[in-house]
Ligand binder design. Structure first.
Ligand SMILES: [Zn+2]
Length: 473
């Protein structure tokens, strides 16, 4: 194997930056696949019989012309024969809480206030570091199996999540969540985490400041967060305008919508990732249009349907403002899975349903959300989100030979509406194979599940009557 010497590329990662190094990444050649690429207008295209050459964790060449390959492929690279498979950018889970997989299915068929106050927040007061570690590890396994190569996580004990992320091989943007009820210490810990972990794990880990939401973090804390984000060049990741009730309650109490509160705090002039936004209303649109920061919104439609929220993320209005809408699952306690493939299909369906128009959110648009828009939403639009020379090699190979995906008349439609996360055969991050032919290579799932189940009685005990917060929109 040749040494994985990074190819300098000033457009993405400067040479010598942590992101330009990919220790242990195998040089890789994938042949015979159909590759999902973007043209210069960002339209989705498919390249037949493509060869993808990866060197130093980065895509070096992607071509269907053998003449391009005379000197491109290292002779001793790992070779994947991907005939019959589609190569596409790995999916990005733009908003999740990985350790919450431990609570998958524990608070079912409840409205949000009861979900938080009666079940989730009492149980979260029991969480130990080991629960966080096991949950994050199981979540990483689930995401690798489902073709997710990057996730944006927003939770507590994020040092532990960062260690698990590094070990799993996944890419992530991580933020230590805080409430104003923690005093200034919560915000300071969030900053300390973000500065200590940014660009670690060979550049795979980036970080954000993570206030919980405008209804649990006060205006002064939000404004201080915006100042820290500008000072340190950090993304801010938070929940806001999650649903229409929150917007109505905010208007009744403060005379301002959650988006107007973010604007007042200066957060729209920072790089900002807003989770959900189903409560974004008409009067918010000009406020968002005036934003000078890079704003992204993460949409996790399964939870909105499950909580019976009356609206979903206003994708069309946000797109008209040029705001990327990335795909997400939220935590598994509300979504029940970390299946971003399902989020892609549900986003397309929810938009058709709410717009009352079958032409809205075509399969190609859904794939654009799943790729470039998701990458931009988590602040990685220059590094990932497309298969192109110079991008990090975050690639999934999808097997379309199953009876539920044949025949293929329209490959984009097959991917969005017929294929499933279980059709992902191989998951690659930074040129390193994390799953090959459905076999996970970095996580021991049976060992995690065994220990997690032993710990469950202590974790789920609610007899103490404590909770970490009170939900009151
Ligand atoms: Zn969330």
């Amino acid at each position: 194997m040749t040494s994985p010497e990074p190819t300098p590329d000033a457009k993405t990662d400067p040479p010598g930056s942590p992101a330009a190094r990919a220790p242990g990444a195998a040089d890789l050649v994938i042949t015979g696949c159909t590759a999902l690429v973007h043209d210069e207008r960002e339209q989705i295209r498919f390249v037949e019989d493509a060869t993808i050459v990866v060197r130093g964790g980065r895509i070096e060449t992607i071509t269907s012309d053998p003449a391009d390959l005379l000197s491109a492929g290292p002779a001793d690279a790992v070779h994947i024969d991907a005939r019959g498979q589609v190569a596409m950018p790995g999916l990005v889970n733009c908003h999740t809480h990985t350790p919450m997989v431990t609570l998958r299915g524990i608070a079912e068929d409840l409205p949000l206030d009861e979900w938080f106050n009666d079940v989730v927040w009492p149980i979260e007061s029991n969480l130990q570091e080991r629960d966080i570690e096991l949950g994050a590890r199981l979540a990483c396994a689930e995401m690798i199996r489902g073709g997710v190569t990057c996730f944006a996580d927003h939770y507590f004990s994020m040092d532990t999540v960062a260690a698990v992320t590094a070990e799993s091989g996944l890419r992530a943007n991580l933020g230590q969540a805080f409430f104003s009820s923690q005093g200034a210490e919560g915000r300071e810990r969030s900053l300390d985490f973000a500065l200590r972990h940014r660009d670690t794990a060979g550049g795979r880990i980036t970080t954000s400041l993570a206030p919980h939401a405008p209804y649990t973090v006060d205006d002064a804390d939000l404004a201080a967060t915006a100042g820290l984000a500008r000072e340190h060049g950090l993304l801010v990741h938070l929940h806001a305008a999650e649903n229409r009730d929150q917007t109505d309650a905010s208007l009744a109490r403060h005379g301002r919508t959650p988006v107007e509160i973010l604007a007042g705090a200066g957060l729209l002039d920072t790089d900002l990732l807003i989770a959900h936004g189903t409560g974004i209303v008409e009067r918010d649109l000009p406020v968002l249009a005036r934003a000078t920061g890079r704003i992204g919104v993460a949409s996790a439609p399964r939870g909105y349907l499950k909580f019976a929220w009356p609206t979903t993320t206003p994708v069309r209005a946000l797109r008209e403002l040029g705001i990327p809408v990335g795909l997400a699952t939220d935590g598994a306690a509300s979504n029940n899975s970390l299946d971003v493939w399902e989020s892609m299909a549900l986003t397309a369906l929810a938009q058709k349903f709410t717009e009352g128009d079958p032409r809205r959110l075509t399969s190609r648009q859904a794939l654009h959300h799943a790729t470039l828009q998701s990458a931009r939403a988590v602040g990685l639009g220059e590094r990932i989100g497309s298969l192109a020379p110079g991008r990090r090699a975050d690639i999934v190979l999808v097997d379309l030979s199953g009876p539920h995906t044949q025949p293929v008349h329209d490959l984009a439609a097959t991917l969005v509406h017929s294929a499933r996360s279980g059709d992902v055969r191989t998951t690659i991050v930074d040129g390193r194979i994390l799953m090959r032919d459905r076999e996970l290579l970095t996580v021991d799932v049976p060992a995690v599940v065994r220990e997690m189940n032993e710990r469950m009685p202590a974790l789920t005990d609610r007899a103490h009557g404590r909770r970490i917060q009170e939900y009151d929109t």
